[in-house]
Write a protein that binds this ligand. Structure first.
Ligand code: ADP
Length: 422
């Protein structure tokens, strides 16, 4: 009985050891396949079962073949990378399953959020249905030569001009891969949108005074004989006011387009800035709308002569002082300061008027942006003055911005480099 029990225990132990050995052997084989390593020879030799040995040999052959194909493939991709890697045009290759097989550095420059896109599905990496449909059309051979596609990444969008073609797979076999050249046209698209906006804004701005002039002129033509003298007088004055508005609008548009052109007509000369600013302020003080404001001028005494365009700088002050008068009540204080701050010159125009709301402040230098449209138009504003100021200051290598607190006033600050100008 004891003998039988002992034999049974031995059999159980042997079975257990065999199961454990098979389990660890299978795990080792699986790991080797996963890591594409050949199964160790001594491990193979340990096998007592011939089926086991055959399985290991077949696994080794498979691993060797996969490694060989991979090496060849990596070699071709490396060659491709050496050729196209530093090209300024973005090049992207996808396999029939839409996995990205190649992407050069320019792809990452265009889509900085798409890191490590190799071997990712293209829709996961680049998030664009339209691009996906373009890939399908290129595969089907019915895509247009080029397609403009908008890619969205967060709040920003990137515009791409894509061209696609089919190429033989770099892994061999019958399947074809699709190659795309992507050209970043975001800048052109933004400029185009700006231009369209500008044209729409200009048309809108011109339409209002023109239709007023036309309406009043028509009424005068039809009824001037029967009209009271005072009405006729008022009609003619309205026509005059709106023609003046039209002409200042056209003048500002022309000034802006000149400033934005390749030759903005900057005529620099050595200028004593204190003398220039004093004469502009004196001239301003004597004009009717500004007479009732209080001008305070504060200037550092030793400021070197600067190389700048005096007429353009006068235009900057005309706009800033004009706004300070336009948007503040009679009797308001307008403080002008000229200070040397190390290598820079700081010019300030500050008023104690109503100020500009914080939400409007970042936009006031944009073309046609007005905080209060009615007020600006009523005061003869074109909405272009601060754009002109910004362009002139930037042409002089400086910067300009505004600080404001509602109910307390607004300060425009201009900083010009002394060194580069002198
Ligand atoms: P505008 O011809 O309308 O004055 P600007 O480009 O000169 O156009 O100014 C843009 C807008 O900024 C103005 O319409 C006005 O709403 C606001 N603004 C400019 N300067 C001042 C100021 N000193 N105080 C209050 N608001 C101002």
């Amino acid at each position: 009985m004891t003998l039988l029990a002992a034999a049974l225990a031995v059999c159980l132990l042997v079975a257990l050891i065999t199961i454990l050995r098979q389990r660890s052997a299978t795990a080792l084989l699986e790991q080797s396949l996963r890591e594409r390593r050949t199964v160790l020879n001594d491990f193979l030799a340990q096998g007592t079962d011939s089926r086991w040995s055959r399985l290991c040999s077949t696994a080794n052959e498979l691993v060797a073949e996969v490694n060989r194909l991979n090496k060849a493939n990596t070699g071709q991709l490396a060659q491709l990378d050496a050729t196209l890697g530093s090209l300024s045009e973005a090049v992207l290759i996808v396999d029939p399953g839409n996995y990205v097989m190649f992407a050069n550095q320019a792809v990452e420059a265009i889509f900085p959020q798409a890191r490590n896109i190799l071997r990712q599905r293209v829709e996961v990496a680049l998030h664009s249905r339209e691009f996906l449909s373009f890939i399908e059309q290129v595969r089907a051979g019915n895509a247009e030569a080029q397609r403009e596609i908008e890619f969205f990444s967060g709040s920003e969008s990137v515009w791409i001009e894509a061209t696609g073609a089919m190429i033989p797979s770099l892994q061999g076999g019958g399947e074809s891969w699709a190659l795309f050249v992507l050209h970043d046209i975001t800048k052109q698209k933004k400029l185009e949108a700006l231009r369209k906006d500008f044209v729409a804004n200009v048309s809108h701005e011109l339409r209002t005074p023109l239709s007023i002039i036309k309406g009043y002129a028509e009424t005068l033509v039809d009824g001037h004989r029967d009209m009271r003298f005072e009405d006729r007088d008022q009609f003619l004055r309205t026509i005059l006011r709106h023609s003046e508005r039209l002409s200042s609008l056209l003048e500002d548009i022309l000034t802006l387009s000149r400033l934005e052109s390749k030759n903005p007509g900057l005529h620099r000369e050595l200028v004593l800035i204190n003398a220039l600013v004093s004469s502009i302020v004196d001239d301003f003080r004597s004009r009717p709308p500004a007479r009732e404001h209080v001008f305070e001028l504060n200037m550092d005494s030793v400021i070197p002569e600067l190389l700048l365009d005096p007429l353009k700088l006068t235009q900057v002050f005309e706009n800033l002082l004009g706004n300070a008068v336009k948007y503040t009540a009679k009797g308001s204080h307008i403080r002008i300061a000229v200070r040397r701050k190390g290598p820079e010159l700081e010019l300030r125009v500050a008023d104690d008027g109503p100020g500009i709301p914080a939400s409007d402040l970042p936009h006031i230098f944009e073309r046609f942006y007005r905080v209060d449209k009615g007020r600006s138009r009523e005061k003869g504003g074109t909405g272009l003055g601060l754009s002109i100021v910004k362009h002139i200051i930037q042409l002089h290598g400086g910067r300009v911005w505004a600080e404001s607190e509602q109910g307390k006033g607004t300060t425009f600050i201009i900083v010009l480099p002394i060194k580069s100008a002198a």
